[in-house]
Design a protein around this ligand. Structure first.
Ligand SMILES: *Cc1c(COP(=O)(O)O)cnc(C)c1O
Length: 419
């Protein structure tokens, strides 16, 4: 099995069939020209070298054709979002009709809640994880308020037990068993941003649906990291950003999933714009609104092509490699990282991410005793890029697309000396 030596790490890199991908990314460097040890692909993925050329193509066609680029560009802008759909659907395990790339993540969560959070006077509560990403918490609080409910009373938190860090599915079951008649929606992070815990999405859908609750999943930390099999999971909706594991650039557009069972329901309440109107008659301009089937039926505006070009550059890489190969490397790489950290003789740090590879993606969350932030600072001074999350965790994500076994080895060697 694993060995704690540089030789071993280098040998793994030699045998790694995905090792060549690293050279296809811009890796940030220190003042001496050495690559940073970049472990924050869970926050902002690195730039694929081909991204520039994909964006340049659209700039060139804009220069050349002006408005005619909507039809005449090499990749016509009118249907541009459709070029992303198949690859994106594969990444999250969905059917093409279930997926669209549009807007940004929090915006998409709101648009989805317009349709799937339909509270009544008695069934109106929303369940989130107690450690939900702040944006998700603010979003559901504002939805509660918008519908006239008290944000304290209407929000139920699924919490880890006293003295534990991770969530237990039985505790969610209990919440929904006891209060399901009052719960309208479960909105859960599929991979928790703080602990890195990958929850059983299918089980969450079953638990919610047993009590007629809608189930939505935030996959910001899941897309491009784990294989969530969204269609088979049966969840009603999901959304995710593309700038984390999907390497599509700061603030780039987000993904949206609506399960096929809702694809043809034109009665679902939703907001409208010309981009979710029937493509065939969109430019007749005077037609009454006629919503498109599937996830495309949640779009509002014509999308920013330059951002989509960056997403396309990245998705083409995922298409070439496939999630299966990425996951296989990821399990091994993160397993090695965990193994090396566990070899360090110290009680100053502890990994809180599940040790079962089926319950995590590539991220490991290292809890630091006494919330000693100086450790994170020292890592950064050594050109090891990780992130600190309050109250006491350093998040590190060895990303299978561009991180190597040697990266992981060197990181832990430095961590050891700092401890
Ligand atoms: C990264 C992240 C966000 C960020 O939302 P934006 O709308 O893209 O700014 C929201 N929720 C989760 C769970 C995240 O991980």
């Amino acid at each position: 099995m694993y060995k704690p030596t540089l030789d071993y790490a280098q040998q793994q890199d030699k045998e790694d069939k995905l090792a060549h991908l690293r050279a296809q990314f811009h890796i940030p460097k220190d003042a001496k020209g050495n690559d940073w040890l970049y472990f924050t692909g869970n926050s902002l993925g690195l730039q694929p070298k081909q991204t520039q050329q994909y964006i340049q193509q659209e700039l060139d066609d804009w220069a050349k054709y002006g408005v005619e680029g909507h039809f005449e560009a090499r990749n016509p802008w009118m249907p541009y979002h459709e070029f992303l759909t198949n690859s994106m659907a594969k990444i999250v395990g969905a059917k093409p009709i279930e997926v669209v790339v549009m807007n940004t993540l929090t915006t998409n969560l709101h648009l989805l809640m317009v349709s799937f959070y339909q509270p009544s006077k008695t069934k109106y509560k929303i369940v989130i994880e107690s450690d939900a990403f702040p944006s998700d918490r603010y979003a559901v609080q504002s939805q509660l308020k918008f519908h006239g409910f008290d944000t304290e009373e209407g929000l139920i938190e699924w919490k880890p037990r006293e003295g534990e860090e991770l969530l237990r599915i039985e505790d969610l079951e209990k919440i929904v068993d006891e209060q399901g008649d009052e719960i309208a929606l479960l909105l859960i992070g599929g991979v928790n941003y703080y602990t890195g815990q990958y929850l059983d999405i299918k089980r969450i859908a079953e638990i919610g649906h047993a009590k007629n609750c809608m189930v939505g999943i935030d996959l910001a930390h899941g897309a491009g990291n784990i294989s969530p099999e969204l269609h088979d999971s049966g969840v009603d909706f999901a959304a995710w950003c593309t700038y984390k594991y999907l390497n599509s650039g700061p603030g780039s557009l987000a993904g949206l999933f609506v399960h096929e069972k809702h694809a043809h329901n034109k009665e679902l309440p939703r907001f409208a714009g010309w981009w979710n109107h029937n493509k065939e008659t969109r430019f007749n301009m005077r037609q009454p609104f006629d919503v498109m089937p599937g996830a495309e039926g949640w779009q509002l505006s014509n999308p920013p092509i330059l951002s989509m070009a960056a997403i396309r550059a990245s998705l083409d890489m995922f298409e070439e490699v496939g999630m299966e190969a990425l996951r296989a490397k990821s399990e091994k790489l993160t397993g090695y990282f965990e193994y090396l950290i566990n070899q360090i003789d110290t009680d100053r740090i502890k990994i809180i991410t599940p040790s079962n590879p089926k319950e995590r993606g590539c991220q490991l969350s290292i809890q630091v005793q006494h919330a000693d932030k100086s450790l994170h600072k020292k890592l950064t001074e050594n050109n090891i890029i990780t992130d600190w999350r309050e109250p006491d965790v350093i998040r590190c994500a060895p990303v299978p697309m561009y991180n190597s076994f040697k990266d992981v080895y060197r990181m832990v060697e430095i961590l050891k000396t700092l401890l």
